[in-house]
Design a protein around this ligand. Structure first.
Ligand SMILES: NC(=O)c1ccc[n+]([C@@H]2O[C@H](COP(=O)([O-])OP(=O)(O)OC[C@H]3O[C@@H](n4cnc5c(N)ncnc54)[C@H](OP(=O)(O)O)[C@@H]3O)[C@@H](O)[C@H]2O)c1
Length: 248
């Protein structure tokens, strides 16, 4: 499936939770390109990473699972873009998610990022690499107390069970590079359009921002894939294009 990316003409107020990471910074740029007002939450030690945009956005330093920080940041926002990051072993993802679900404005669009490994209904069909390697790496990372993927799974469940206007965007493998256009999406990993399994990080961010104004994605968990991949070109009904050419 493809989505419409006609920008809303009204300047939205958007909170970006986890704004100083790679995905967060791209989301800031896409929001500023649309003249949205941006409120950015990031860890105090990461504030300098936003120096180049500091005069155009409001920055609220703080841990993203700090309820008081999130309550202040999301007040009055039409949308909240949250980077779900499974760092540490102290429920960072689920703490962040709880705070966003609780304090966001009732009608706000809530967009969360994660990877293909999150499943909403158990109907995703994974490659053997995802089926076997992800659990092994996750276990090792948890033993090392670096990353807790299970907490990201718990965070996703909180979102799926919520009656807010959420979208959980599930990213494929990522690469850097210039934008190729909006990724294609499908409900289940294993669907042919997703076979390419490669999205530019800048376009993952583009999809997150486009979802703010796309109500067809409310309570969906789209698995995305780059629009220039062979499978996207074959199954999205687009005319064949040379690889790497822009999709739009
Ligand atoms: N990487 C992949 O291949 C891949 C694939 C599919 C989906 N995704 C999804 O993409 C999203 C993140 O992507 P990304 O590339 O932007 O990652 P990233 O640059 O590593 O940033 C992730 C966030 O985690 C924060 N962070 C880093 N270390 C931390 C720590 N020790 N404690 C607390 N917070 C910490 C970062 O904040 P600071 O700026 O403060 O460090 C940033 O806000 C996630 O939702 C992930 O599931 C990633």
């Amino acid at each position: 499936m493809t989505i419409d990316d006609t920008p809303d003409t009204r300047p939205l107020r958007v909170c970006i939770v986890g704004a100083s990471g790679k995905l967060g910074r791209y989301m800031i740029q896409h929001c500023l390109d649309r003249d949205y007002q941006v409120v950015a939450v990031c860890r105090p030690e990461s504030v300098p990473k936003l120096d180049d945009v500091a005069d155009r956005i409001e920055i609220i330093p703080g841990r993203t699972d700090d309820r008081a920080v999130i309550a202040r940041a999301v007040a009055g926002c039409d949308g909240v873009l949250t980077v779900l990051a499974p760092w540490g072993v102290h429920d960072y993802s689920s703490g962040t998610t709880r705070a966003v679900l609780e304090y966001a404005e009732p009608d706000a669009r809530l967009i969360f990022s994660c990877g293909w490994h999150i499943t909403r209904d158990g109907l995703d069909r994974y490659s053997w690499q995802l089926r076997y390697i992800v659990p092994i790496v996750s276990t090792l990372a948890r033993w090392a107390r670096v990353v807790d993927v299970d907490d990201q799974v718990r965070a996703a469940r909180l979102i799926f069970d919520s009656d807010t206007r959420w979208t959980v965007v599930r990213g494929s493998d990522l690469e850097e590079g210039e934008s190729q256009g909006l990724p294609v999406w499908s409900r289940h990993v294993g669907d042919p359009i997703l076979a390419g399994n490669l999205t530019r990080r800048i376009d993952f961010a583009l999809f997150m921002v486009a979802a703010l104004t796309n109500d067809t994605l409310v309570r969906e968990a789209p698995a995305i894939n780059g629009c220039a991949t062979e499978s996207a070109r074959a199954y999205a009904g687009r005319p064949a294009q040379p690889a790497h050419s822009p999709c739009r």
